[in-house]
Design a protein around this ligand. Structure first.
Ligand code: SF4
Length: 442
C-alpha cells in the first residue's frame, strides 16, 4: 500500500520559524498518508517553503521555485515570500498555488487538488510528537506568530501580521509531547518572545492541574518543570525580562538570553523604531550578571543604519566593551524591499558601512575570544549532537545550535562512546575563535 501512497517532495528554506512551519506541514502530510520523497523525479507534487526576509533570501527562494518547476513542474509555494504572490506569479505563472506563512490549510488544499490523500488507516504512522526536521534531541517550540512592532528595517509584520500567541496550555502540551518523544533541549522561538500573551490578555489556562497565565514569565517557569534544557530566543529587553533571571540562577531554564539589541545609541534605536529602546541596557546586564553570574548573552547588531554618525557608531563600540557579550552577529545595513527605513535620509556609503562592520567585528572578536579562553580548564556538561570517527560534537548551556560555536570532543580509545542526545561532562582544553576543544572528563 505504501507503493500507492501519493508522493510529495519538500524544500524548506529560511529561519527556524519557517522550519517549524515546515514541520507542521510535513506532519499533516504524513498524518494523511502522503509519502515524503527526497527527489523531484519521484514526487507527484513539490512544496517549496520560502523565505523573504532579505533580498538574498528572496533570490534563493525564487531559484528554489525555478528548480522545482524545471525538475518537476507541479509546485506549491508557501512561506514568507508567498506573501508577495505577484512576484512569484510574474516569474512562474504555472505554479499550482501560492500562500503566505502559517497558511497550512492552503498548502494542504493545493496538495489534495493535485493528488488526493489515500484512505488507509495503516498509513497513519506519525509519531505523536510529529515529524521533526531538527535532530531528535532538540526541537524548536514556536509560541506565537507575527509581531506588534514596526521596526523600520523589517517587513516581517507586513508578511506575518500582528502578534498571535498560542495559549499556554497548547504550548506546554506540545513541549511535554516533545520531551516524551526524546527531546532534551527546547528552543523557544517567536518574533518577539517577551511579548508572549499580550494579545490574549494573558489568558489563564490549566496545565498539570494548575493555573498558568499565557505570559512569558509563566511560560519560563512551567517549561522549567519539564527537566530538559530550555533556551530562550528573540527576547527584547522589556523590564519584565528581569523576572526570569532568578529562574536561570535556580537552574530551571538555561542561563542564556538571545536578545537582539541591534544598536546602543538612543537616536539610532529611535530611527529603527525598536521595542524597549528606552531601557538602560548596560545597567540591566550588570544586574542580570549579579543575580546569575553564568548567564550567556547573545545578540545581533546592524551597523551603517541610515543616518548613523561616526559618534553614534563609537557609542556602539563602547557599548560592546562595557556589555562584554558572549556571542554576537552583525550585519552591515542593507535595504529590504518594502521596509520603511528605505525612506530615511542619510544613507551610509557602502565603503563606510563595510569599514564599520570590520571595526565592530574586530572589537567583538577579541571579547568573544577572551570569554571563550576563560572557559579553558573548566568542566562543562555537553549535549552531544553528532558522533564521528574519533570526535564527538556538542554544545554546552552556553551554545545554541546553528548560531553559536560548538564543543569538539576528542575521543580516546578508552572513552565510553557517546551518542547524540546524551549529556556528558567534559574538560575544556583549548579555545579557538568560535569553538572549544575538550576531552571527556574522567
Ligand atoms: S520586533 Fe521588529 S525586527 Fe522583530 S519581527 Fe517585529 S518588527 Fe521585525
Amino acid at each position: 500500500m505504501i507503493a500507492t501512497a501519493p508522493k510529495v517532495g519538500f524544500v524548506s528554506l529560511g529561519c527556524p520559524k519557517a522550519l517549524v512551519d515546515s514541520e507542521r506541514i510535513l506532519t499533516q502530510l504524513r498524518t494523511e498518508g502522503y509519502q515524503i520523497v527526497p527527489t523531484y523525479d519521484a514526487a507527484d507534487v513539490v512544496v517549496v517553503n520560502t523565505c523573504g526576509f532579505i533580498e538574498s533570501a528572496v533570490e534563493e527562494s525564487l531559484e528554489a521555485i525555478g528548480e522545482a518547476m524545471a525538475e518537476n513542474g507541479k509546485v506549491v509555494v508557501t512561506g514568507c515570500l508567498g506573501a508577495r504572490a505577484e512576484l512569484i506569479r510574474a516569474r512562474f505563472p504555472q505554479v499550482l498555488s501560492v500562500s503566505g506563512p502559517q497558511d497550512y490549510e492552503s498548502v494542504m488544499t493545493a496538495v489534495h487538488a493535485q493528488r488526493p490523500p489515500p484512505h488507509d488507516p495503516f498509513l497513519d504512522l506519525v509519531p505523536p510528537q510529529g515529524i521533526k526536521l531538527t535532530p531528535r534531541h532538540y526541537a524548536y517550540l514556536k509560541i506565537s506568530e507575527g509581531c506588534n512592532h514596526r521596526c523600520s528595517f523589517c517587513i516581517i509584520p507586513s508578511m506575518r501580521g500582528d502578534l498571535v500567541s498560542r495559549p499556554i496550555d497548547a504550548v506546554l502540551t506540545e513541549a511535554e509531547r516533545l520531551v516524551k518523544g526524546g527531546v532534551r533541549e527546547l528552543l523557544v522561538i517567536s518574533q518577539d518572545t517577551s511579548a508572549y500573551g499580550v494579545d490574549l490578555k494573558y489568558a489563564d489556562r490549566t496545565w498539570r492541574s494548575r493555573q498558568w497565565q499565557t505570559r512569558f514569565v509563566d511560560l519560563a517557569s512551567a517549561l522549567g518543570e519539564l527537566g530538559v534544557w530550555v533556551r530562550m530566543h528573540y527576547v527584547y529587553p522589556y523590564p519584565h525580562v528581569d523576572q526570569i533571571i532568578p529562574l536561570m540562577a535556580a537552574g530551571k531554564i538555561l542561563p542564556y538570553l538571545d536578545i537582539p539589541f541591534q544598536h546602543s545609541h538612543p537616536q539610532v534605536l529611535k530611527r529603527m523604531k525598536r521595542p524597549a529602546s528606552g531601557e538602560r541596557n548596560i545597567e540591566r546586564i550588570r544586574a542580570w550578571r549579579s543575580i546569575c553570574p553564568e548567564i550567556t548573552l547573545r545578540s545581533t547588531f546592524i551597523v551603517g543604519f541610515p543616518g548613523e554618525t561616526e559618534a553614534e557608531f563609537q557609542d556602539l563600540l563602547a557599548f560592546l566593551e562595557e556589555a562584554q557579550l558572549d556571542r554576537v552577529g552583525a550585519f552591515a545595513y542593507s535595504p529590504v524591499a518594502g521596509a520603511a527605513a528605505n525612506a530615511l535620509e542619510g544613507a551610509v556609503p557602502e565603503d563606510v558601512k563595510q569599514e564599520r562592520l570590520e571595526r565592530f567585528m574586530a572589537v567583538q572578536a577579541d571579547i568573544s575570544a577572551r570569554r571563550l579562553q576563560a572557559r579553558i580548564g573548566t568542566t562543562e556538561t555537553i549535549l552531544i549532537d553528532e558522533v564521528g570517527p574519533g570526535v564527538a560534537t556538542g554544545r554546552s548551556r552556553k551554545e545554541a545550535p546553528d548560531i553559536d560555536g560548538k564543543v569538539l570532543i576528542k575521543l580516546r580509545k578508552s572513552d565510553p562512546r557517546p551518542a547524540p542526545g546524551m549529556f556528558i561532562d567534559v574538560a575544556i582544553k583549548k579555545a579557538d575563535e568560535h569553538d572549544l576543544h575538550a576531552a571527556i572528563a574522567i
